[in-house]
Design a protein around this ligand. Structure first.
Ligand SMILES: [Zn+2]
Length: 101
């Protein structure tokens, strides 16, 4: 009997469903190389961070707050710009879009 990996993959027919992994397990392991790496990474993450369901990394809120503040600052700068500055910014964006094509 051919052994198969104990992991699961997204179904080809429906991405929200799971199917057994068809790969062969690593020698002496229950998982193929892909799933062994995924399991090791997930277990290491849990050991290092102690996350429970719905909990986020302690730095996540601070990083999110900084990103929101940075985006708000940029938005305020755009709103406070003079009409000439806004026109200049629009010209620069337009040139970049043309250059990117
Ligand atoms: Zn697998």
């Amino acid at each position: 009997m051919k052994l198969r990996c104990a992991g699961f993959v997204h179904s080809n027919e429906n991405a929200s469903l799971w199917s057994p992994c068809a790969r062969a397990p690593l020698r002496g392991d229950r998982f193929c190389a892909l799933h062994r790496d995924a399991v090791d990474g997930a277990v290491l993450t849990i050991f290092m961070n102690g996350f429970s369901h719905g909990e986020t990394h302690p730095d996540a809120q601070e990083i999110k707050s900084r990103r929101i503040a940075r985006n708000q600052k940029a938005k305020n700068a755009r709103l406070e710009a003079s009409p000439q500055e806004r026109a200049a910014t629009a010209r620069i964006r337009s040139r970049r879009e043309i250059a990117d094509k």
